[in-house]
Design a protein around this ligand. Sequence first.
Ligand code: UGA
Length: 436
Amino acid sequence: MRLSVIGCGYLGAVHAAAMASIGHEVVGIDVDERKIASLSRGEAPFFEPGLQEILSEGLASGRLRFSTDMADAAGAKVHFVGVGTPQQKDGYAADLTYVNAAVDALIPHLAEGDIVAGKSTVPVGTAATLAERVTPTGATLVWNPEFLREGWAVQDTIDPDRLVAGVPAGAEGERAADVLREVYHPSVAKNTPFIVTDLATAELVKVAANAFLATKISFINAMAEIAEVTGADVTTLADAIGHDARIGRRFLGAGIGFGGGCLPKDIRAFSARAEELGRGESVAFLREIDAINMRRRDRAVDLVVSALGGSVYKKNVTVLGAAFKPHSDDIRDSPALDVAVRLHGLGAWVTVTDPEAIENARRIHPQLNYVEDRDEALRAADAVIVVTEWDEYRRQLDPEHASSLATGRVIVDGRNCLDAAAWRAAGWDYYGMGRP
Ligand code: UGA
């Protein structure tokens, strides 16, 4: 099928390449000339495992191309809209400028029977407003939220755990759902749940899922706070409650909390939208979720400060990690970088290392010292803090080896990902999050 994908960021670039890899003929469109030039050369503009391969294959097959010209969307049967919906600069609501601009630019190129499938995360009610503009062209607007995780984006797009299609009522909606079934034919063939619903439910499914995930993380981080004043161990607690299948162990990783381009801004946009709808109280708990999350960054900084005797001034602190999570070079709202910046603000000499995110981090926070090589970064450290649980730190960093590089013996495990006993045995003062 001929498809267009409007917006070639984390979501769109992966979606375009993944759709080509399952046999469709795809044009990816973005206003960013540099991004399009890079994608057209077959170079992934960001680090995402597996993207490079499907991008090269797609281009070589002739089924995948990229363009800055919206007119190239003409002729596609389905137009996916996957542009960003960042937090507004002066509030918590989502900034819909890019979604509106993308749909307005697309409208002149739509033909009778086309489908415009929104993928961006939007406040509930957005799709209905967009449908008013799209319907007069004879095209159908549907909402088809995306649940991919960065670091697993290719796999999540090609083989998602569920598909959701918000469609208009009646025959038009049924036809649109059938077209989407055709688009996602490999998933449909393997009976992946395919939920057909109305526009508002589809929009809400996405924000509800992210709100739930954020709540799960902050719940365990709240337990970490209680553990910290009682001497309990939050990791054992998480294991124990996680055995209850109704609770589950996943996303109960206590530490410095969630960041990235989705969870933080999505819970804020959800609160803002609920308030607009006169239902602010229904999701008032999300404010607490946000507050707990931000407090964990303070806690990590406090642990380093107190472990170094009350001040980090003129102390060498090595920060292991900058990306908001492993397998990504994304530093948007990264708790890892935030902790590094705060330590720097307190007068520490901060050295940051990360397997993938240094370039992005340096652009935003040039004041920090960046070192590519992990061992080089550890040299002469008075304290070390792990803030992104890359395998390079979690599994491959031997405490004895670290002892041969660092000056001090303070290790703060901001992700509860290290073997505390092994670090202690090697002579280190180990500090976890919500652990004795
Ligand atoms: C999140 C959702 O997980 C995806 O389903 C969704 O599609 C995506 O947002 C989106 O809206 O586009 P992502 O932002 O890639 O995906 O990252 P997550 O894997 O959800 O992790 C978010 C943050 O939570 C990271 O900073 C991670 O370190 C942190 N986290 C995760 C924890 O602190 N503890 C955990 O147990 C799990």
